[in-house]
Design a protein around this ligand. Structure first.
Ligand code: PLP
Length: 507
């Protein structure tokens, strides 16, 4: 025993500690330089499709290559093909902001590389996840019923889409076990959402086997700020029940993707209860803001739903991937997703007193994501995280005020968080055009967006809501300062003035 020499002495050992130290330092230096220089790169990558295939060798290298050479190629070939989500000029989609605390946590979890599918496979991974989820539960003032100390609990998934799939399966199995619904009736199950609900719900329904004919995407209106109307929901459910269908699940959204609309949770969850449906709240983007007391009211009514999720990988200084999901009855989730293979049998699991997170998700293996979330929360503290949210909301308010004061533009929906939706005002257009219509305003707004993005200095994306084309300005890059918003405003004004002046020529 012990006669084997397993000391890593060879430089060729892929985890030889001194080489690990040297090379990892080089990568950290590389990234620090990247963040220092990030504003020099075009925010949205300008490469042509296939650019990298042409630049790369056709076969993998036979011999090892030094890190210095590889990093040179990252600089030369990879960076030009990156859309710089961490740039302060990035206002597209919803941000995916990062932080030093997160990066260090990600290093630790990758370094440990544990596979904590059950408690025993890495007790710290499971228990830290439970601790962090309870911290966040308190921070968001979620109801006690979602806590491990009641019948609920929280889990970290990779994405909202995964949380949709898991809660849909839990709802399906619950329905099958409770009512006189047979497996043959699966084609009768109906899922409800609004036309503003994130499109990944559709995919989750596909995965779970909900008939595409049984997804009710209820139309919302600008006059109601794109909220899901309880009246319209009730009508849809009643008509389905009359037709012999079975209401299963409703997805409510706090902070919709097109416009950050907030559905009225209390009224809608009451309706869900009446029909024994599962209600889920998707707060992927806006959930983070609700750690500030002044925004918590957006979650009022959450006590009435069965599950709630939000993405720290959007607005909580945490990088991909990280979606936090809480359920009221953890047994619903574990009953639907657990298995008990001989290979994993152990005394701790047999006691049923530990959490085995493999039973809370799709995959077996799982990353130690709680490590990075724990590092983020400890590195910045609750006050630091609240400051970040407030800073972004303040900058969005500032940008919105500039738009309001200029009659060239129209703020199309009320701003709830740190995203502003605007367009070139049809009224401004009418003053320069021989004749103008909503289509003209759409076209001009789209041209404005394309020319702004073409500058390489900023990047934004769009939405079309009730036939209106809007530019979405999502403020939330970690590196953003007031000067970046001022610069955006100067550009928006200059480009819009030019387009308006030439409107009759380009029409
Ligand atoms: C971004 C977003 C999603 C999708 O999140 P993933 O984690 O990428 O699946 C879902 N819902 C809303 C409201 C979103 O903004």
């Amino acid at each position: 025993m012990g006669s084997h020499n397993v000391e890593p002495t060879s430089m060729m050992n892929p985890l030889y500690p001194e080489e690990f130290r040297r090379q990892a330092h080089l990568v950290v230096d590389f990234l620090a330089d990247y963040y220092s220089n990030i504003e020099k790169y075009p925010v949205c990558s300008q490469v042509k499709p296939g650019y990298l295939t042409k630049a790369m060798p056709k076969s993998a290298p036979l011999q090892p290559e030094p890190i210095e050479t590889i990093l040179q190629d990252v600089q030369k070939h990879i960076i030009p093909g990156i859309t710089h989500w961490q740039s302060p000029g990035f206002f597209g989609y919803f941000q995916s902001n990062g932080s030093t605390g997160n990066f260090l946590g990600e290093m630790l979890l990758t370094g440990f590389n544990t596979v904590g599918f059950n408690w025993l496979a890495s007790p710290a991974a499971t228990e830290l996840e439970m601790v962090v989820m309870e911290w966040l539960l308190k921070l968001l003032q979620l109801p006690k019923s979602f806590s491990f100390s009641s019948d609920g609990g929280g889990v970290i998934h990779g994405s909202t889409c995964e949380s949709f799939v898991c809660t849909l399966i839990a709802a399906r199995e619950k329905k099958l076990s409770q009512s006189r619904v047979e497996r043959d009736d699966l084609g009768k199950l109906v899922v409800y959402c609004s036309d503003q609900t994130h499109f990944s719900l559709q995919k989750a329904c596909q995965v779970v086997g909900i008939s595409p004919n049984n997804i009710r995407s209820i139309r919302t209106r600008r006059s109601m700020n794109f909220q899901l109307s309880p009246k319209a929901l009730l009508m849809a459910i009643e008509s389905d029940v009359k037709a012999g269908l079975i209401p299963l699940y409703i997805c409510l959204t706090v902070g919709t993707t097109p416009t950050t609309a907030v559905d009225p949770l209390l009224t809608l969850s009451d309706i869900a209860k009446r029909f024994h449906m599962w209600a889920h709240v998707d707060a992927a983007y806006a959930g983070s803001a609700c750690i500030c007391p002044e925004f918590r009211h957006f979650l009022n009514g959450v006590e009435g739903v069965d599950s709630f999720s939000f993405n720290p990988h959007k607005w909580f200084l945490t990088t991909l991937d990280c979606c936090c999901l809480w359920v009221k009855e953890r047994i619903d989730l574990t009953k639907a997703l657990s298995n008990d293979p001989e290979l994993l049998k152990n005394k701790a699991s047999d006691t049923k007193k530990v959490v085995d997170y493999k039973d809370w998700q799709i995959a077996l293996s799982r990353r130690f994501r709680a490590m990075k979330l724990w590092m983020v929360i400890r590195s910045y503290g609750v006050t630091g995280l609240q400051e970040v949210i407030r800073k972004h909301v303040k900058l969005a308010k500032y940008f919105e005020a500039l738009l309001f004061a200029d009659n060239k533009f129209e703020v199309v929906v009320p701003r709830n968080f740190a995203m502003v939706c605007f367009r070139v005002s049809p009224l401004a257009l009418a003053t320069v055009a021989n004749d103008s219509s909503n289509e003209d305003s759409n076209r001009l707004t789209q041209t404005l967006l394309e020319s702004l993005n073409g500058s390489g200095v900023v990047y934004m994306t769009h939405a079309v809501i009730e036939g209106v084309y809007v530019i979405r300005v999502a403020i939330g890059s970690t590196l953003i300062e007031e000067k970046h918003v001022s610069m955006l405003w100067d550009m928006v004004q200059e480009y819009a003035s030019n387009l308006l002046a030439n409107f009759n020529n380009i029409k």
